[in-house]
Design a protein around this ligand. Structure first.
Ligand code: PGA
Length: 256
């Protein structure tokens, strides 16, 4: 049984006061998530603040990006060691905004994934097709090549602590959510790729999150899908009520 992971990607949002308020509210009400694991991923600027605010509550801390080099003259970048030093456990990699706005390639995502795993961080590796790719019938092809590119060289031991997030680009921040059939089809494909590259036992342990306009009113249906093991949430993760309602919906599904 895979414990659902409910991850909030705060992106370039919040300021000191709102980050503290959001983190403290989620920490105080963390038990509403039942058996789901909660994770918040603030901007790196607020990681320490959020870590201190969370305290000993059952809420994990994640970053939104990392650089692959261990140290050196890389102005503006953040290393895996720095994230570990701050108590960060997870790092989102290859988010579609980094791929499509900031030009990250699968090779970049792969370098970062290997660096994160090497440092003991758990990467959340994002994959997802553009609307034009879906309309051209290329979804499976795109997912396959992002999967093999981003995860090249990841060992069987490492893939178990890696999380994969399927985020159709056309569903991110648009209010257009994938239908349960569309989501499950890609998640099933990803599980098959994991089985082919590793084995069925390992594939069964890897969590595959869905992301893209997840809201309290669609969470239950998505989280109930056999190969959906949690959510990567943008907009709705900025409202503690919504974020916790999604986590509660996911936990409720697990209990059925
Ligand atoms: P959204 O963002 O929930 O606002 O669609 C998801 C994401 O970018 O991870």
């Amino acid at each position: 049984m895979r414990t659902p992971l409910i991850a909030g990607n705060w992106k370039m949002n919040t300021d000191t006061a709102s980050a503290r308020l959001l983190a403290s509210t989620i920490a105080r009400r963390a038990d509403e998530a039942g058996d789901s694991e909660l994770l918040v991923c603030p901007s790196s600027v607020y990681l320490s603040l959020v870590r201190d605010t969370i305290g000993s509550a059952a809420v994990g801390l994640g970053a939104q990006n990392v650089y692959h080099e261990a140290n050196g003259a890389f102005t503006g970048e953040i290393s895996t060691a720095m994230l570990c030093d701050l108590g960060v456990q997870y790092v989102i990699l290859g988010h579609s905004e980094r791929r499509h706005i900031l030009g990250e390639t699968d090779a970049d995502v792969n370098r970062k994934t290997l660096a994160a795993l090497g440092a003991g961080l758990r990467p959340i590796v994002c994959v997802g097709e553009l609307l034009s790719e879906r309309e051209a019938g290329k979804t499976a092809e795109v997912i396959h090549s992002q999967f093999s590119g981003a995860l090249a060289g990841v060992s069987a031991e490492q893939i178990v602590s890696t999380v994969i997030a399927y985020e159709p680009v056309w569903a991110i921040g648009t209010g257009k959510v994938a239908t349960p059939e569309q989501a499950e089809e890609v998640h099933r494909d990803l599980r098959k790729l994991l089985t082919e590259c590793y084995n069925a036992g390992i594939a069964d342990k890897v969590r595959i999150l869905y992301g893209g306009s997840v809201k309290p009113d669609n969470a239950k249906q998505l989280m109930a899908l056999p190969n959906v093991d949690g959510a990567l949430i943008g907009g709705a993760s900025l409202k503690a009520d919504d974020f916790l309602a999604i986590a509660a919906a996911s936990a409720a599904v697990g209990q059925v």
